[in-house]
Design a protein around this ligand. Structure first.
Ligand SMILES: [Zn+2]
Length: 236
């Protein structure tokens, strides 16, 4: 494991303009820098880098983050690989700390949970946009609340079907371990079967600062009653 001291040293040297500028041609515009977005095809620049906030953001496709998440996204590095790349770039000596087997195991579980959460986020977003129920109930609800489609996509909002186990089935079919699925909180074990915990809810993913989905918020919207434009909702 890379020591906290090394991480701090790397972080204190990071210059986002320099690093992003290695991959994207940037031009200064006011306090920010602009360039053609490396994450989607475009002819006029909507990719902005803020040196003061140390973040990038694309107003075309919505991708955003800091220097480390840029390297992870652009170069497909893991968090640790991005740190090593930066250490090399800034000639920071990497100090390693010993990891215990217990820590390693915890780390593996955490990594698996990130992977499941990433899968779940994509699954729920797909249900929101591509299922009849998602369109009829969830999208109309979000629209009524003033969420534009680009905002819904940018925040990767999704929808969990009202069915008992639609997500559980999809996750098991994708070979995810049932025990880990329960650990995410998205699924509960009822006797022999797995049941979706967020049935009939709008799903809001929560990201950490490297862009990984670390959890979900959910809001129940209930069934649409025929002839009435009233939705029941409460915080979960
Ligand atoms: Zn973009």
């Amino acid at each position: 494991m890379i020591s906290q001291h090394t991480i701090q040293q790397i972080q204190s040297r990071i210059d986002i303009i320099e690093i992003v500028g290695d991959f994207v041609k940037l031009k200064k515009r006011g306090a920010n820098y602009m360039g053609l977005c490396p994450f989607h095809n475009e002819k006029s620049p909507s990719f902005t880098v803020s040196p003061s906030k140390e973040i990038y953001k694309c107003f075309g496709c919505g991708k955003s983050g800091n220097t480390i998440s840029f390297l992870m996204e652009h170069e497909k590095y893991s968090y640790v690989e991005a740190l090593r790349w930066l250490a090399n770039r800034y000639q920071v000596e990497v100090e390693e700390t010993e990891t215990s087997p217990e820590f390693k195991q915890l780390q593996q579980v955490a990594d698996s949970l990130y992977i499941i959460n990433g899968f779940a986020q994509k699954y729920f977003a797909e249900q929101l946009f591509s299922s009849e129920e998602g369109e009829d109930i969830a999208i109309s609800y979000l629209k009524e609340r003033g969420f534009r489609e680009d905002i819904v996509r940018k925040f990767q909002i999704g929808y969990c079907l009202q069915q008992r186990d639609a997500f559980s089935k999809a996750a098991v079919a994708a070979q995810f371990n049932p025990e880990l699925l329960v650990k995410t909180g998205l699924v509960v074990q009822r006797e022999e079967s797995l049941v979706d915990n967020y049935r009939g809810r709008i799903i809001f993913p929560i990201h950490n600062n490297t862009g990984k989905v670390i959890g979900f918020g959910a809001r129940i919207i209930g069934k649409k009653r025929p002839g009435a434009k009233v939705y029941q909702h409460s915080r979960k």
